[in-house]
Design a protein around this ligand. Structure first.
Ligand code: NAP
Length: 265
């Protein structure tokens, strides 16, 4: 199966907390999401993480979904409450939480720009809206997708044309790249030639490489550059706390990831 970083992350945190838990990855094909939820119920597993393309199937198979999972029609973690299986979506909330916890960035009242309108972008747009962002501009090369995603931002969303994204970035406090541009070793940036400001926060969800061209440009301009490990750790930390009732040590999470991921390339 595809290499998942989640076992490394969660098993390191279980060890650090001396918890007798183990996290393992199973390859579950499309159409088998409900079966995986039934297995959790039958085997009394402590929790599930869910990745694409199973997030919507699993949302239909659990007993209840949280408001975040309902808005996105996508579940990324399943946990027990009162004998019922709850489907949650901690992706966007994990980023918002990690920004506050690790980077001292409070997005309430912030003017935000999200690049992309896929699964990650939609979760971030919804979480920024929930957290009280003043404006959540969404830009994507398919304008209808951007408009749909913008509707998730609790009334703060607005769609911006892909060609106007550079101008939109100038008038923004927090920028989030939720496209794959910059992944791999081509050095591409979703905002080429854009001058950043020292008060801006620039987040790249791409984490392979960790240090992308977008982050290098932001850092060179004195903006705060936040790599993709923030969201990866944040969504996992919230899931971990739903399962175990404990918060993991983010330093342990990050250390485990850094040992698995190259800094560049
Ligand atoms: P997705 O559902 O496939 O969405 C990707 C979005 O980027 C779509 O809006 C897509 O537009 C757009 N896009 C793709 N290639 C583009 C290009 N060359 N130019 C302009 N727009 C382009 O993917 P996703 O799951 O949201 O993931 C997006 C990125 O976030 C990936 O790099 C992924 O690794 C990363 N990610 C990181 C984390 C984390 O924890 N750090 C979590 C989730 C995802 P179209 O619809 O037109 O193709």
């Amino acid at each position: 199966m595809d290499h998942s970083l989640s076992p490394t992350l969660h098993n390191a945190a279980f060890r650090a907390l001396d918890l007798d838990w183990v996290y393992t990855a199973f390859e579950v094909g499309p159409g088998a999401g409900a079966g995986a939820v039934a297995a959790m119920r039958a085997l009394r597993l402590g929790g599930l993480s869910v990745t694409m393309p199973l997030k919507t199937e699993v949302a239909r198979a659990v007993d209840d979904v949280t408001a975040a999972a309902a808005a996105l029609d996508a579940v990324n973690c399943v946990y027990w409450r009162g004998g019922r299986l709850i489907g949650d979506n901690t992706d966007g909330a994990g980023l918002v939480w990690s920004l506050a916890e690790c980077d001292g960035v409070d997005v309430s009242g912030a003017r935000c720009l999200v690049l992309g309108a896929g699964g990650a972008a939609r979760s971030v747009v919804a979480a920024l809206g929930d957290a009280g962002a003043e404006r959540v501009a969404v830009t994507a090369r398919r304008e209808t997708a951007a408009a749909h995603a913008a509707r998730l931002a609790s009334g703060a969303g607005v769609a911006v044309s892909w060609d106007e994204r550079g101008a939109a970035a100038a008038d923004t406090d927090v920028i989030v790249n939720a496209t794959p541009i910059g992944m791999g070793d081509d050095g591409a940036s979703p905002l080429p030639g854009v001058g950043f400001g020292s008060g801006q926060v620039v987040v790249d969800l791409v984490y392979h490489p960790r240090w992308t061209s977008l982050l290098a440009d932001a850092d060179a301009a004195g903006a705060r550059a936040v790599d993709g490990l923030g969201m990866l750790c944040g969504q996992a930390a919230l899931a971990f706390s739903r399962w175990t009732g404990l918060m993991p040590d983010l330093g342990v999470f990050r250390g485990a990831l850094i040992s698995e991921l190259p800094a560049s390339g």
